[in-house]
Every structure is written in structure tokens, then in C-alpha cells.
Design a protein around this ligand. Structure first.
Ligand SMILES: Nc1nc2c(c(=O)[nH]1)N[C@H]1C(S)=C(S)[C@@H](COP(=O)(O)OP(=O)(O)OC[C@H]3O[C@@H](n4cnc5c(N)ncnc54)[C@H](O)[C@@H]3O)O[C@H]1N2
Ligand code: MOO
Length: 395
């Protein structure tokens, strides 16, 4: 594969993102923060939990007194109230989430004791609890001042729960990455037009919009269409690069006389990081940078756009969005593997099933109809074949 500057997708992505800097930051409220990317570390504002609390409904006791026989119940500890005092020789009725009286060392579940005449006794056959049982200790989850979510983390539902627990009502995130989508090709018509047989409706604009809109750290503009004219495309790129952090073009990136994208990128002042990779689909993929703005020229075939948009585009955008690490890639094995192999890294469309992935019938990179039934694709490295496991990327 001596013709190619980079030998695989990961090396090409690494080269591209080394040229990109994350966008600026802004302060937002937690109610708006789902799926956004943290720009500062989040710290615990107090110990978690802030005092010893019960993990069960039952009784707070001193373990030695419980094992000695019947223990009268002298008070009640409820969630949301300061703990009562537990007098010597007594137990405190306690509920899940309630603070444990400081005099007690253990909580016993209510189903493990007999309750009669305001006293409890350990049931026959129940082993005495170990000291400290069912108590969530102050600070066991984390201590005040500890940084528990690092800058560059995505605010997943789990991360939002952590942020809320620590009273982070507003915090700094990376602003959303502004993404432009430009379709090219004089054969394209609008979705509401009736195409002639030599025309097609744009599908790439909708594919990219869908791919990016589902990611809350992106701000995706309505796709625009550029005619197959070099000067118009060049002027458009110059204008868009001052307004957007990333520009995705589709089509016009191969070797046809009307494939103006590489030239327009150069004429607009873009620096090409690579053009062509040993991949299928999407071999003519172009990636460039122009005054800090990413420009990706995705090969026009619909399946090429889906594959390169997901595999390369999302990785570029996550870097611009401030992600502190690449997306973790899952693997899956094929249920209907074949022995086909390419000298290229091969993105093959699949549907997911409980036991693995099933290859879809496909007539190639123009077959948008079969592609529309896919959940994502697996990637088979050059020269390999068989069941896998292979890297899997969902849409
Ligand atoms: N002589 C060569 N020809 C081609 C090569 C090559 O290496 N040598 N590479 C082929 C490969 S691989 C691909 S992929 C395509 C990519 O070419 P372009 O990026 O220049 O894409 P176009 O020619 O503009 O379009 C390709 C195909 O996709 C359809 N298309 C374009 N835009 C849309 C859209 N928005 N929605 C739906 N479909 C779209 C277009 O009509 C073409 O059929 O080049 C090969 N040729
Ligand atoms: O690689 Mo092109 O992507 O065949 O369509």
C-alpha cells in the first residue's frame, strides 16, 4: 500500500486530530448539559456520603448487645432527619438512607430479627451480622475536594447524577462544535422535487445531518448545496471556514474532470493532510485544515459518506469538541462470515443480533437502499477475513 500516505484509518485520524484544537468554552446550567463535554474537572463539595447512613431498613445496634439477647427499641432514625441518640442497651429503628446514630456500629435488616413488644431478637438460624454491616460510611464514595470527573468527559446521565450530587448547578463546557455540510453534484435535486431519470435526490446531506444531530456536542447547520463550479466552491469554502469549526463536503473528491473539491480546498487556502486512504468504501477521502477549521471531503457514494462520516468525521468532531480520549470501540463477531478479503480496510454493513452481527447484502457503495437497513458496520483490516471479532461502529 505504498501509494497511500497512511496505512490504516487510525493512523490517518491521529494525523488529522494532531492538527486540530478544541473549541472555546462556555458556562451552562446543568439542565442544558446532557451530552455536552466538560471543560473543567468536577470536584466533590463534601464527603460522599456526608455522614454514616443505613443501606437497609432495619435496626441500628451495638453488635455486642444484639448478640447477647433481646434489645429494646428506644428511638427511630428517618431519612432527612438528624440522627437520634441510641441509649446504651437499646436499638434504633432505622430506614434506608437515614443517618446512623454515632453510638451504633452495625445495622441489621428487619427481616433478620423478631420484633415483639418494642424489642428485637436475632432470628434463629441467622448468623450475627458482621460489625459495620449495612452502613455506608461517611466519605466511602469519595472525599471532599476529590476530582471525580475530568475535563474532556462527556456528561452522560451517570455523570449528570454525579454533578448534581455535588451541587454543580452550572459549570464550564466546551461550546458546541459548529458543523457545516455541503453537498456537491449537478445530478442532485431537492427531496420535494420529482427527479428526471438522470437525476437523484440528495441523500448524503440527510445522512450526515442525522449522524451529527444525534450528538449533543455538535451544532449542525442546515446542509447547503454547491454547484460543480470551482470558483463558487472556493468562495463558499472561504466564507464557511470563518463561520464554522468543521465543514463536511460530499462528492467531487475523486479524479473526474468535475471533481473540484481538492482544488477548491487548496485555492481557498486549505492544507491537505491526506487525500486517499486504503479503505473501502471511501477510498478518495480527503482531510484538510484551513485556519483551524477542519475540512473533510467525503467521497460522494452514499455508503462511502456513511462510513467515512461515522469512522472519520465523528472522531474529528469529538476531538474538536474537547473529548479527552478517543471513543472506546466495541468489537463483535460475524454470524454469517465469508472468506472474502481485500487489500484495503473494509467497512461492511451489518445488522446487530443478540449473538453478534449479520452482514447485509450490498451492491456496493451506491446501494443506499440496503445500507438503510443497517445498524452500523464492522471494519475488517486489509488482508483478513472470517468471523472476527472485528471493530464495530454503530450509527
Ligand atoms: N477513475 C476513477 N473513478 C473513480 C474512483 C477512482 O479511484 N478512479 N473512485 C471511485 C470511488 S471509490 C468513489 S467513492 C467515487 C467518489 O467520487 P466523488 O467523491 O468524486 O463522488 P461523485 O463522483 O461526486 O459521486 C459519486 C456517486 O455518488 C452520488 N452522489 C453524490 N452526491 C450525492 C448525494 N448528495 N446524495 C446521493 N448520492 C450522491 C453520485 O451521483 C455518484 O453516483 O468515485 C469513484 N470513481
Ligand atoms: O470507495 Mo468508493 O467508496 O467505492 O465508493
Amino acid at each position: 500500500m505504498a501509494d497511500f500516505q497512511y496505512q490504516n484509518p487510525d493512523d490517518a485520524i491521529a494525523a488529522a486530530v494532531s492538527r486540530l484544537r478544541p473549541v472555546a468554552t462556555e458556562t451552562i446550567r446543568i439542565t442544558e448539559a446532557g451530552g455536552r463535554v466538560l471543560a473543567t474537572d468536577l470536584m466533590l463539595d463534601r464527603d460522599s456520603p456526608a455522614c454514616d447512613v443505613s443501606a437497609m431498613d432495619g435496626f441500628a445496634v451495638r453488635i455486642d448487645e444484639l448478640t447477647a439477647g433481646s434489645v429494646p427499641v428506644s428511638a427511630e432514625a428517618a431519612a432527612g432527619h438528624a440522627p437520634p441518640t441510641c441509649k446504651a442497651g437499646t436499638a434504633v429503628r432505622i430506614f434506608t438512607g437515614a443517618p446512623v446514630p454515632p453510638e451504633c456500629d452495625t445495622v441489621i435488616k428487619r427481616e433478620d430479627v423478631h420484633e415483639a413488644e418494642a424489642a428485637i431478637t436475632l432470628k434463629d438460624g441467622i448468623a450475627p451480622p458482621r460489625i459495620g454491616s449495612h452502613i455506608r460510611r461517611r466519605g466511602e464514595n469519595g472525599l471532599s475536594g476529590h476530582s471525580f470527573l475530568q475535563a474532556g468527559s462527556v456528561l452522560t446521565p451517570a455523570a449528570l447524577a454525579g454533578a448534581a450530587t455535588c451541587g454543580a448547578a452550572e459549570f464550564s463546557v466546551y461550546r458546541r462544535v459548529r458543523v457545516a455540510i455541503v453537498t456537491t453534484g449537478d445530478e442532485l435535486c431537492r427531496i420535494d422535487q420529482q427527479p428526471e431519470s438522470w437525476q437523484i435526490r440528495d441523500s448524503n446531506g440527510f445522512a450526515l445531518r442525522g449522524l451529527f444531530q444525534s450528538r449533543p456536542y455538535l451544532d449542525v447547520a442546515t446542509p447547503i448545496h454547491a454547484p460543480d463550479k470551482l470558483t463558487e466552491l472556493t468562495d463558499l469554502l472561504k466564507r464557511l471556514s470563518s463561520e464554522f469549526d468543521a465543514i463536511f463536503l460530499t462528492g467531487g473528491v475523486s479524479v473526474g474532470d468535475r471533481d473540484f473539491v481538492p482544488k477548491a480546498v487548496k485555492n481557498a487556502g486549505g492544507e491537505i493532510i491526506f487525500h486517499k486512504l486504503p479503505i473501502r468504501p471511501g477510498k478518495p477521502l480527503l482531510t484538510a485544515v484551513q485556519d483551524g477549521t477542519l475540512i473533510a471531503g467525503l467521497p460522494g457514494n452514499p455508503v462511502s459518506v456513511l462510513y467515512t462520516g461515522r469512522r472519520f468525521g465523528v472522531a474529528y468532531l469529538q476531538h474538536l469538541a474537547g473529548f479527552n480520549k478517543p471513543e472506546p470501540v466495541l468489537t463483535t463477531s460475524l454470524l454469517n462470515a465469508d472468506e472474502k478479503s481485500l487489500h484495503l480496510h473494509w467497512g461492511r454493513l451489518v445488522q446487530l443480533e443478540p449473538q453478534g452481527a449479520r452482514l447485509l447484502e450490498s451492491r456496493g457503495s451506491g446501494d443506499v437502499i440496503n445500507a438503510s437497513q443497517s445498524d452500523g458496520f464492522i471494519e475488517i483490516p486489509a488482508g483478513q477475513s472470517g468471523r472476527g471479532p472485528w471493530k464495530y461502529f454503530s450509527w
